[in-house]
Design a protein around this ligand. Structure first.
Ligand SMILES: Nc1nc2c(ncn2[C@@H]2O[C@H](COP(=O)(O)OP(=O)(O)OP(=O)(O)O)[C@@H](O)[C@H]2O)c(=O)[nH]1
Ligand SMILES: [Mg+2]
Length: 346
């Protein structure tokens, strides 16, 4: 899962990026020239439990990749804006950081206006893409080249929404239409808004209207960044002192799974215990393809055990004896926490 961190200048994007990647980051956040990427393990007690049980050579947690697009200074401000957005376009979802602390000049925050201005920028950027494509298709049409009527219809539906100043994600069918996937619309992406509060403040600001189709989290970015750089004992003290039950890192990951409708299933064995991330409502055949295309092609059956049943019965074999291990076919909808052994032939 790739999450792009966006927001206005000086909203605290770098601070939040460090808070999210600092503590549990693989070799801390790798610093790249144009974009900054940090990979973080998704902590999951179920994986720890399975790893204790199977004692595998390798334990693999799910991973989240954070990407902090950098402002590319091309000299032309509209071009550099585009270059920044183009980095965000390749992400599965966006984390939108909004300033809710007094800035260096003592200016009070205006979080709702800030949020809307970035939202508007994304909508305009998508509208430009739509219009350009529609023009192109009209030209093709004039030259007698047949264009895809469905694509034109979908693009016109997008245009209508965007012209009204609305993001594409409000229409979930449109947002997930396979024909539109290639356009990587910014306003179609799931969005998690991080309200970046000052250290002493953990209250959600009052907005005149709550935007539809997004999740919002209050995070004390600077505080969490400081905590992320501490040794565990010191961090614990701070978490207690500031009354933080769950770190921003864990809250953001949990929320990201929710906004994108994601869940995990597990594969187990003496070689590896591994968590896999898939969309909810994924059939077994597709889940198999996540692991390897050969397993998908040669799919026979999925041997499935629900995680709580394994915990209940103590071992896979005992669960089998108790009749809790099911044999499921291609169409079976994989459930969160399923432990799956795919049977296949190549
Ligand atoms: N009080 C307070 N200050 C913060 C917080 N988050 C960031 N800042 C300060 O705000 C300034 C900007 O933070 P950055 O994280 O660099 O913001 P940015 O969006 O990456 O900024 P640019 O990349 O420079 O556009 C810095 O001086 C931070 O120390 C916060 O939660 N509380
Ligand atoms: Mg920055």
């Amino acid at each position: 899962m790739k999450l792009g961190i966006v927001g206005l200048p000086l909203s605290g994007r770098s601070t939040v990026f460090t808070a999210l990647t600092g503590a549990r980051g693989e070799e801390a956040a790798q610093l790249k020239k144009d974009q900054r990427i940090g990979t973080v393990k998704v902590m999951d007690n179920r994986v720890n439990f399975l790893s204790d049980m199977y004692q595998p050579k390798k334990t693999t947690f799910a991973q989240v990749e954070y990407l902090l697009p950098s402002d590319l200074h091309t000299g032309d401000s509209s071009k550099s804006e585009n270059a920044t957005w183009n980095q965000a376009r390749i992400c599965d979802a966006l984390i939108h950081v909004v300033r809710n602390f007094q800035d260096a000049g003592g200016m009070d925050p205006s979080s709702e206006e800030d949020f809307r201005s970035v939202e508007e920028e994304m909508i305009l950027s998508d509208l430009m893409v739509v219009e350009k494509r529609l023009e192109r298709l009209a030209l093709d049409d004039k030259r007698g080249r047949k264009s895809n009527k469905d694509e034109i219809d979908l693009l016109n539906t997008c245009k209508k929404l965007l012209d009204d100043g609305k993001p594409i994600r409000l229409d979930s069918e449109l947002a997930s239409a396979p024909l539109l996937r290639g356009f990587t619309f910014l306003s179609a992406k799931p969005q998690l808004v991080i309200i970046n509060n000052s250290d002493e403040d953990d209250i959600m600001p009052k907005w005149r209207s709550i935007p539809e189709g997004i999740e919002m989290l209050v995070v004390r970015g600077k505080l969490e960044m400081d905590i992320a750089s501490m040794e565990p004992e010191e961090a614990e003290e701070f978490l207690a002192e500031y009354n933080i039950e769950t770190s921003a890192l864990d809250r953001v990951i949990k929320c990201s799974y929710e906004t994108q409708n994601l869940m995990s299933f597990f594969t187990v064995g003496s070689d590896e215990v591994k968590a896999w991330t898939i969309k909810k409502e994924t059939p077994a055949l597709e889940a198999a393809g996540e692991i390897h295309s050969d397993i998908q092609k040669g799919f026979i059956r999925a041997e499935v055990l629900a995680y709580p049943d394994l915990v209940d019965l103590g071992s896979f074999n005992d669960a089998k004896k108790a009749g809790r291990v099911r044999l499921e076919g291609k169409e079976y909808i994989v459930q969160d926490g399923d432990i799956i052994n795919f049977r296949f032939n190549v």
